[in-house]
Each structure stands twice: as structure tokens, then as C-alpha cells.
Write a protein that binds this ligand. Structure first.
Ligand code: ADP
Length: 547
């Protein structure tokens, strides 16, 4: 017997309709690429999004067509999210920090029909012009007054965003179609091999947004102001451009200047309560706050994910600035959030130090998302916080196959529908998952595994160390041994022996790295993660003193 409730397709457009109707006065504030702050409301955003939807149809963009965006976090990008998906096309967010060849690969692999580009990303597209023959036109996200001369006009139709939408009507009836229709496309950073496309649906996007805005997990409500530092081209800014309007919260879109000074000013001026970003961003902010003596006046929590959050960041914000950290974990293939470290009962009695240590864990599964840890033979490991193995997951916002993936035409799941995340983790008796490493970054010494993340976290706890990467180097006796590549804090004089001494008592002696080198800077991927493939190449010939 079927239930007798109404069945309604989950449509992304319904989020904006809801925000405009129920929270119409709520603001979206954007640091505009042209300079200054742009302010408008959800009601205004809906009208302009409808103009854009009309304009896209007039351009000939139809159901299933891919439309690429190369843009920072701002109001026009927000309008594109809703208008493109809203008409049944696919909003393909492209990371402009990737190598130009990768950007060209992604545009061609996706088969983008049109590209929308922010003013200061235009030079990248100009350089790629000969390599994107199938793109029909490029829309520059600005007004007539700021429209630049561009040599792109020699090869492509070039349109000004405000001219494109200006004459269109502010009315548009959002179509309703199958909720499993593709809505968004985002390529993984591809630290190895070519980037792979993850194709989100309306349903997966909505369910993910419901899950991340649940009150107990991440505090997003109508009284909040949320500043997504994480870019809209990095897995949909972790779903916040959907979750925040769903909850009726205010959005502060930070543009492209993401240094500590700018972030502090935007956070204090706009009364931001929650923000989200990768550890390197928060490290920059922490250093700025310390140096300037400024405070974050209204921020309650910072969401951290994308890479392991070191204790030094959790403690720094907690002890010195009264800001709590919500550590989360996810990946492009997961829309992206799988777990968030929300408080558990009894935690109010924890000492500060115990609470900070607990926050090192990546957290519990969101409702709807399942995960398990398995050994090399696929046997599920006990949830004891110690047994580690490959982390598998499944759920309605987990990818089942990559877009046009000729290598895996049958998808990427095992027979029971589990997706292998490529991460190694433990899960404790209360369900808190902790990432030990990526499978390929673990160090195997004398048959035992050593976590590079744990060694990196300890190194950055040293007051003289700003950032550290740990990789495996070959060793004649132990197979592999850990090797630290570190960046000193300005003015710090910590040396090799000083850093190695610092490990003593914090981990078993045999896990202490064999050597350290100091460098001025570490290489990062376009999404701010340590680029260990580069380091492995660079230090391939480095001989450990113990070898
Ligand atoms: P890529 O796979 O190209 O690095 P993603 O942004 O999808 O791009 O990265 C997902 C990976 O990032 C995860 O599989 C995991 O290894 C790592 N990651 C994400 N969040 C965390 C976290 N909180 N702690 C440790 N690692 C994390």
C-alpha cells in the first residue's frame, strides 16, 4: 500500500523560490570583482535569476547542455547556479587555479556550450581560446561600463553579462522535471591522471543541502550570516549556496581576496557567524589576528575540511579567540560532505584540551550517509577507534560513476554499492571517524603503517613551524621511512634536531621521522592541499642519514 502524501520532485529552483518568498528581505552581500560591496536581497536575486534563465534559453541553452563558470564567490555566480540548473541545464563549475592545460581538458571533456567568466579570470580564457573550438560563446560577468577589450572576440562570440540579462523579463516559470536530472558538474583536482567529472543531480544536491544545514550539525539558521571562503568552484562551496538560502540565512560572498585582513574586515562588518574553508586559509587568518591584535566579533564557528585540521589551529582559535572549529570531511565525489564533528552528549564536561583533541576527528556520518572501514580483504573492521583500513561509503549524494568515463564504463562501485574513498580511517564506538591518511600517502616501515597526517600535525604544533609535509623515502632495512619537509615561521630558528626532538614522547619512537629539510614554501594543489607528488619527485634522490 502506498502512502497518501503528495509527491513532489526535489528541484534546485525551489530553494530560491522559497528564500525569495519566505526570507525575501534577507541579504546576499558580495565583494564585487569590479571593487566595492554589492548588496541585494533574495527577492532581488530571484528576479535577476529569472532574467538570466530567459537569457540562457534565448542563447539556445537547453536541457542537459553544460554551461561552464570560471568565477569567484559572488552574486552573479549565485544567479548562474540557480538559472542554469533551473532550466534543466548543467552548471559546470571550473577551478581557475588549475593548470591551463587541465582547464582546457575539462572544458572539452565536459563539452561546455557557453562559458561565464569573471573579469580577472579572462586572461586564462584568452590564452586557451584556440583550444576550445566547441565553445559557442563567452559571457563576461560584468556591466557595460567595465567591459574590457578582449582578443577572445577574434575566435568566439563575447557577451556582457548585464547586457545579456538586462532586457529580459523578470518572470519565468521554473520547469518541474525528474529530480534525478543532472544539475551540476565538478571535476576532481586530479593529483594523478586526468581530472574526473562528478555529475550531481537535483535530488542529490537538495538532500545534501538538507543534511548540512541541520541545526545540530552545522549551525545554519535564518539569524546566521555565512561566509563561504571555500570557492563555489570547489565542490559547490560545500553546498552552502544551497543550504544557506534554504535556511533563510544571510550570505556573505567574499570574492577573490581571501587574506586574513580582508576576511577579518568582511566578517566583522557583515556580522558573520559561520564560515568555511581549508586549513591554509584559517592558518592565514590566525596569523593575521595574532599580528594585528584584531578579534572576530561575531564569528561563532569555522568549518574546516578538505585536509586534516591540525591541533594548533583548533587550539589557536579556541583558546585565543573563543571561536570553535567544526571539523568535517568529504570529497568531490560526495557533494562533498560525509561527516561533521558535531558535539556529543557529555562533552560540556570535557576539559578544553580534551575537547580540542576530540575535534581532531573528522566526525560522524550525516543522516543518509553510510560509511565503514574494511581491511585488505574487504572485511569490516570493528568500530573501536583503533582498527584502521580503507574507508568505504554510500548514500544518495555519493557518486556512482564519473561523467563520460571510458576507463570505468560500469561505474566505480563494488557489488554492494560501496564507493572506495581512497582514504584510510578509523571509526570509534560513538561513530566518530578519523582519517589516518590517503591510501597512497601512508608510510610502510618494517611492515607497520605510519600516518603522514599525524606526523604533519605534530610538526605544525611546534611554535617554530608554519607548515609541514611528510612523505615516505625508501630505506634499505625498513622499506620506507618518514621524511619531513617543513616551512619555518618568520624569524624562527628551529633546526632539524630541534624538530626531531619535539616528536619524542608524542608518538612511538619508531614512528619519529628520520630526517628533516626546511624549504621556503610547499607546493599546493589548486584546492589548497599539499602536492605530495611534486615533493616525492623533488626529493626522490634525497638520502636519509639512517639509510
Ligand atoms: P582531491 O580528491 O582531488 O584531493 P577533493 O577536494 O575531492 O579533491 O579531496 C577529497 C580528499 O581530501 C579526501 O578524500 C581526503 O583525503 C581529503 N580530506 C578532505 N577533508 C579532510 C579532512 N578533514 N581531513 C583529512 N583529509 C581530508
Amino acid at each position: 500500500m502506498l502512502g497518501l502524501m503528495q509527491s513532489k520532485q526535489l528541484m534546485i529552483s525551489s530553494i530560491l523560490t522559497h528564500a525569495a518568498r519566505e526570507h525575501g528581505e534577507q541579504e546576499i552581500v558580495s565583494a564585487a570583482v569590479e571593487g566595492g560591496m554589492h548588496r541585494y536581497t533574495y527577492a532581488d536575486a530571484e528576479k535577476r535569476t529569472k532574467q538570466l534563465a530567459n537569457a540562457l534559453k534565448a542563447l539556445g541553452v537547453g536541457v542537459g547542455d553544460r554551461v561552464g563558470t570560471l568565477a569567484w564567490n559572488g552574486y552573479r555566480h549565485f544567479e548562474l547556479y540557480y538559472a542554469i540548473s533551473g532550466i534543466g541545464a548543467v552548471c559546470h563549475t571550473i577551478n581557475p587555479r588549475l593548470f591551463p592545460q587541465q582547464v582546457a581538458y575539462i572544458i572539452n571533456h565536459a563539452g561546455d556550450k557557453y562559458l561565464f567568466v569573471d573579469l580577472n579570470i579572462l586572461p586564462l580564457l584568452e590564452a586557451l581560446a584556440p583550444h576550445m573550438p566547441r565553445v559557442e560563446g563567452v559571457v563576461i560577468m560584468t556591466d557595460a561600463a567595465h567591459m574590457p577589450e578582449t582578443k577572445l572576440a577574434e575566435t568566439h562570440k563575447v557577451i556582457c553579462y548585464e547586457d545579456l540579462i538586462g532586457a529580459e523579463p523578470e518572470t519565468f516559470d521554473w520547469p518541474v522535471f525528474d529530480e534525478n536530472t543532472a544539475a551540476g558538474l565538478c571535476y576532481t583536482s586530479g593529483t594523478t591522471g586526468n581530472p574526473k567529472g562528478v555529475l550531481y543531480s537535483h535530488r542529490s544536491t537538495l538532500l545534501h543541502a538538507y543534511a548540512v544545514q541541520m541545526k545540530d550539525v552545522a549551525p545554519v539558521g535564518a539569524a546566521d550570516c555565512v561566509l563561504p571562503v571555500v570557492p563555489m568552484f570547489h565542490v559547490n562551496a560545500w553546498g552552502l549556496p544551497y543550504a544557506v538560502p534554504m535556511a533563510g540565512g544571510k550570505l556573505m560572498m567574499p570574492g577573490f581576496r581571501l587574506d586574513g585582513e580582508n576576511l577579518t574586515q568582511m566578517m566583522n562588518d557583515e556580522k558573520v557567524t559561520l564560515s568555511s574553508g581549508v586549513p591554509t586559509i584559517w592558518l592565514g587568518l590566525l596569523q593575521y589576528l595574532r599580528a594585528s591584535g584584531k578579534r572576530l566579533e561575531t564569528v561563532k564557528s569555522l568549518m574546516i575540511g578538505g585536509a586534516a585540521c591540525p591541533l594548533a589551529i583548533i587550539e589557536g582559535f579556541g583558546k585565543e579567540f573563543g571561536v570553535s572549529i567544526i571539523h568535517g570531511w568529504g570529497m568531490t565525489e560526495l557533494s562533498p560532505v560525509g561527516t561533521l564533528n558535531a558535539p556529543k552528549p557529555g562533552m560540556e564536561d570535557y576539559s578544553d584540551d580534551d575537547r580540542y583533541r576530540h575535534q581532531l576527528k573528522q566526525g560522524r556520518a550525516l543522516f543518509g550517509f553510510e560509511m565503514k572501514v574494511v581491511d585488505e580483504d574487504g572485511n569490516e573492521q570493528p568500530r573501536d577507534g583503533k582498527s584502521f583500513g580503507r574507508l568505504l561509503c554510500r548514500g544518495p549524494w555519493v557518486c556512482s560513476a564519473y561523467y563520460n568515463d571510458t576507463e570505468n564504463p560500469d561505474g566505480i562501485l563494488d557489488d554492494d554499492g560501496w564507493f572506495d574513498t581512497g582514504d584510510v580511517a578509523t571509526i570509534d564506538s560513538q561513530g566518530y571517524m578519523q582519517i589516518t591518511d590517503r591510501t597512497k600517502d601512508l608510510i610502510k616501515s618494517g611492515g607497520e603503517w605510519i600516518s603522514s597526517i599525524e606526523l604533519e600535525n605534530i610538526a605544525v604544533g611546534h611554535p617554530g613551524i608554519q607548515e609541514a609535509a611528510v612523505i615516505a623515502l625508501p630505506h634499505p632495512k625498513w622499506d620506507e621511512r618518514p621524511f619531513v619537509i617543513a616551512v619555518r615561521n618568520e624569524g624562527a630558528d628551529v633546526d632539524r634536531d630541534g624538530l626531531l626532538d619535539y616528536y619524542k614522547g608524542k608518538i612511538a619512537d619508531w614512528m619519529i621521522p628520520d630526517d628533516v629539510v626546511f624549504v621556503d614554501e610547499l607546493p599546493h594543489t589548486a584546492t589548497g592541499k599539499l602536492l605530495k607528488t611534486d615533493l616525492r619527485q623533488k626529493f626522490a634522490e634525497h638520502k636519509l642519514p639512517t639509510a
